[in-house]
Design a protein around this ligand. Sequence first.
Ligand code: TRP
Length: 453
Amino acid sequence: MSQRGKFATGLGVIAATLGSAVGLGNIWKFPYVTGENGGAAFIIIYLGCVFFAGLPVMISEFVIGRKSNSNAVGSFKKLSPGSPWYLIGYAGIASAYLIMFFYTGVAGWVYSYFFRALRGDFAYATPALTDDIFTQTISTNLPPVIWQLIVLAVVGTIIIAGVEKGIERMTKALMPVLFVLLIICCARALTLPNAIEGVRFLIKPDFSKVTSATILTAMGLAFFKLSVGMGTMLTYGSYFGAQQDLPATAIKVALSDTVVSLLAGLAIFPTVFAFGFEPNSGPGLLFITIPMVFSKMPFGRILLAAFFLLTSIAATTALLSLMEVPVSFLVDEKGMPRWKATIIAMTSVFIVGLTATLSAHPDALLGKVSILGKTFFDLYDYVSQNLLMPLGGLFIVIYIGWFFGRDNLMVELTNRGNLDNHGLIRIFTIVVRYISPAVITLIFLNALGIIKA
Ligand code: TRP
């Protein structure tokens, strides 16, 4: 049996875990979803979802991972032998793959935009030109596939280097770079004329746009954002040391992740307003609106490159955590060496991921193929986010709340009596037993269209 990795330091734990949470979700999804749902009012609801659905699942995953010292499947087999709970682990591995299929493709577009920005492709950009560049990026067949391969090679190389020497070392180095670049972009955005309009949009709640559909959207986003519901945080938790304070770690990560999302909003909305664009321009915000507005300001070219560099970092560190789910499974359960497990995971993501990349635009090779009325790209996104993740999250909190055992939970949350987390544990128990299951069930039924919000 190969020896399992461990994160060496508390700082490394935070860097890696935050690196998983911070991703395309913060910079691509969060701003446009906020834009479409009325700004600050949506953010307030989102925060509620982070605390009542996302955070409890994250703490539960840490508990299962560290207690079992095993991967998504092995952990349940160890903790509840002979029961079907391990199926949660297989569902998690399936979601990790589905997310990687399309996420590596989008990360590839981001990498390519970094080089385009450096090269000055967006100088003198007009709406038609940026639109054109995006269409070209996603509709031609070879370049996006090559970028996807580059992303996988980068991620695979770091994964092969190991939990401590690869994931921990890289995230410790890259996360501060990401923060600095983000602060620079914010500083520039906030000093633009009219910036206040963008800020107002982010901090002044307008509850008239809030419907029950908004609440459910916020919940789904909170799950995706915090990387919970599919064994990512469970796998990382299995690399935590015995003295790591699990609830405190989860709270720090959830708060910092939210701060990153808000900073991304502060870098984007003032810029968008300053140049007279609409904030609710959908997923095109990152690839069309952003290049256009950045190109209009002083130092725009270098700022745009900085922006896409930080987005590339965010996407890469998130992918590390996704890739680690199947890799740790293959290492622990099948006794494979780490390099072999990684090559297998990379190759399978590349081969099936091609179907996502080649279906992102109607003119691409597989763009017109439809399965259950969806393209491959949308299908992977839909099945992972709307089916597997809510189900995974639901069963994880139910497992911790009702089956894991109160004493076991006490041991993990207090580090064998060394931490005084008693007040918190009482609240946590109520949340995982009743509140989170109710809340998650609601999202799930809505996503399936069984209840209409
Ligand atoms: N949280 C990441 C983001 O915001 C994406 C991500 C990484 C993820 N690992 C995950 C989402 C696991 C769900 C599950 O981009």
